[in-house]
Design a protein around this ligand. Sequence first.
Ligand SMILES: O=P(O)(O)OC[C@H]1O[C@H](OP(=O)(O)OP(=O)(O)O)[C@H](O)[C@@H]1O
Ligand SMILES: Nc1ncnc2[nH]cnc12
Length: 176
Amino acid sequence: MTPDELKALVRTIPDFPKTGIQFRDITTLLGHGPGFAASVEWLAEAVEGAEAIAGMEARGFIFGAAVAARLRRPFLPIRKAGKLPCAVIGVDYELEYGLDRLEMDPSAVAQGQQVAIVDDLLATGGTALAATELLRLAGAEVRRAAFVIDLPELGGSAKLASQAVDVRTLMGFEGD
Ligand SMILES: O=P(O)(O)OC[C@H]1O[C@H](OP(=O)(O)OP(=O)(O)O)[C@H](O)[C@@H]1O
Ligand SMILES: Nc1ncnc2[nH]cnc12
């Protein structure tokens, strides 16, 4: 499937979760078998060579875990606050519509391990920057991140690039 065909499978819901936000909803893409498979395939190619794949709760788990299994690499779950039972490291961050905190088990990462980040969507980059910071604190090398959707007007891609993360995105929504 082409990126345009995949883009047509993403549903836009205005004013969710707050007035003024155009919510790009992947539920409809996930509900299309060939579309979901093609998205996972594209992400897997984008991060090929990484030693492990990290994904952020919750939507990053859907794509990140599928990509990791496809590449036969470990999956590192980066969780929202208070979910992990072990000792954690955490980072507070801001995203397009609020504040949140991400946590991870630092022992999940081997020192110097090449870890790629996978998520459904890149907006302000707050989430992906927090994940990069956490993974680097744990000793990982983070050089690449791949997303299904980019919202370039929100600047996330440029922020990740300034942290030496090479960003790959399958499709973009800009004023549409
Ligand atoms: O670039 P940013 O401005 O940080 O926004 C992108 C993040 O926002 C969404 O997650 P959300 O926190 O809504 O959580 P969810 O996956 O649990 O729906 C999305 O899945 C990304 O992780
Ligand atoms: N506009 C948006 N649509 C869907 N998920 C998002 N996460 C951050 N901004 C978003």
